[in-house]
Ligand binder design. Structure first.
Ligand code: MN
Length: 239
């Protein structure tokens, strides 16, 4: 393996542990990263709980979401989420799919998920994915094939986050740190917004101008978050 590939695999393992430690994924949910040497391909764990992922579990997938080197390892059913987002978004290098709990209500409610604070400024434009629109009301809601993956990628459009009604969400980033940052702060923002709604009164979210300015400031901060979150996850695993 080349140095870049080794680093990408190591970061992907760390990202799996961070997302579990921060409550974004549980037994389910996954994160991928674009292959550093084969841009059409991506790296994703075999089908397993993210908290237990190690380098030996990382499987290379092709541009259609099919495993290249599975060697008998079972792969995620919803790998098409990743394949189709990479296909339609050349700016995206990492994708998180989760059932992050505080976000679910916003997928089923007409209340929009909005940026409640500056760290979640990327939520200025959140997409919604309704599987019924393309596939009727009898699906199990899962992204089981390329066609559903394409439909989801289309719904995501140019946004950073898409809510999947009755299922979960996806968050994307220009690098793995940004995707992890967005997945975690989407969950945090959902909790904060829900608390604010309960508190009542008139709610004041970030304006688009404020969100754009905050997004620019936050762009250089994802490394600081990554350092803290990976240290926390490592410390807990060592116990
Ligand atoms: Mn899912």
């Amino acid at each position: 393996m080349g140095t870049n590939l080794n680093e990408a695999v190591a970061d992907l393992v760390t990202a799996n542990h961070i997302l579990f430690d921060q409550g974004v994924v549980d037994a389910f949910g996954h994160i991928s990263v674009r292959h550093p040497e084969k841009p059409g391909c991506f790296l994703l764990s075999r089908a397993m709980a993210p908290s237990h992922v190690s380098a030996a579990d990382i499987v290379e997938h092709d541009e259609n979401g099919e495993p290249i080197d599975a060697n008998g390892r079972a792969v995620y059913l919803e790998r098409f989420i990743h394949a189709e987002i990479y296909r339609s978004r050349s700016d995206v290098t990492s994708v998180v799919h989760s059932h992050s709990p505080a976000v679910i209500p916003f997928g089923i409610s007409s209340v929009a998920l909005r940026p409640a604070f500056h760290m979640a400024s990327f939520l200025d434009k959140v997409s919604r994915f309704e599987i019924r629109d393309g596939f009727g009301s009898e699906t199990d809601l899962l992204i089981r094939d390329s066609e559903k993956g394409r439909y989801l990628a289309q719904a995501l459009g140019a946004a950073s986050v898409a809510l999947m009604r009755g299922h979960g969400s996806v968050a994307v980033g220009r690098d793995i740190r940004e995707a992890v940052y967005r997945a975690i702060y989407t969950e945090v923002n959902a909790r904060i917004q829900t608390q604010a709604v309960v508190l009542g009164g008139v709610l004041e979210y970030l304006t688009s101008e404020e969100a754009a300015a905050a997004t620019q400031s936050n762009a250089s901060q994802t490394g600081r978050c990554w350092a803290l979150w990976s240290e926390e996850a490592r410390a807990k695993r060592a116990k």
